[in-house]
Write a protein that binds this ligand. Structure first.
Ligand code: MN3
Length: 231
């Protein structure tokens, strides 16, 4: 599918996810910001309402706008966001940063849910096989987030070998990008940019990551894991 910078046809690619349903992982992620599935204050006390509102309405909204501006300006031939990211080295730094920012945040809002959703027994077993224990996984994932100097993300992803792995990327890069430091399908990610936590946690990134576990939607993580394993 060749789009050649037509915003209207791009938006039609993303229209199905405006309904708020899942499926962002299922191969046809869109190019528009989906409605947040909960109120700004719904993730308290882990994430405060003001941080969520600013993060969603300014930071994330700006990535989406700038991505669409870059798509319109460049000869984009990808038919969906995932294939765009898989070929992102062909395009500008502006498109890399903003398409990554759009994908990462659209995923991030779905990786969180009020009060969190517990890990199934089946997925707990999967995680224990991969990381010895869930506690050990959380320590290693938090460590990846803590060691990311400056702005970026920590990831749990399925690599080309179909194994779960932990890594991190700078800026708005993610494992779907052909020029990423780590490559695979992201099943869970945490935003460790200061804008994600500074109002409540100031410089205490570790406290933010520790509190964040309370709101993780493990059902979404498991759905993405199953998608990655069958892709
Ligand atoms: Mn962010």
């Amino acid at each position: 599918m060749v789009i050649a910078g037509s915003i209207s046809s791009l938006e039609s690619c993303g229209s199905s996810k405006k309904t708020g349903g899942s499926g962002f992982y299922a191969g046809t992620p869109g190019f528009s910001q989906a409605t947040l599935g909960y109120d700004y204050n719904a993730l308290e006390p882990a994430l405060d309402a003001k941080t969520m509102e600013i993060h969603f309405t300014t930071h994330a909204a700006t990535y989406t706008k700038n991505m669409n501006d870059a798509i319109a300006a460049e000869n984009v031939t990808a038919g969906n966001l995932q294939s765009l990211l898989a070929n992102i080295s062909k395009y500008s730094t502006k498109l890399r940063n903003n398409a990554g920012g759009h994908y990462n945040h659209e995923s991030f809002w779905k990786w969180m849910t009020p009060k969190g959703k517990a890990m199934s027994a089946e997925f707990t077993s999967t995680m224990e096989t991969a990381f010895e224990s869930v506690a050990n996984f959380k320590n290693k994932f938090a460590d990846a987030g803590m060691k990311r100097f400056g702005s970026g993300w920590a990831w749990l992803y399925v690599g080309a070998d179909k194994k779960l792995a932990i890594g991190s990327t700078p800026n708005q890069d993610n494992p779907l990008m052909d020029n990423s430091e780590v490559k695979g399908f992201p099943v869970l990610g945490i935003d460790v940019w200061e804008h994600a936590y500074y109002l409540k946690y100031q410089n205490k990134r570790a406290d933010y990551i520790n509190a964040w576990w309370d709101i993780v939607n493990w059902q979404e993580v498991e759905a993405r894991y199953k998608h990655a394993m069958h892709a």
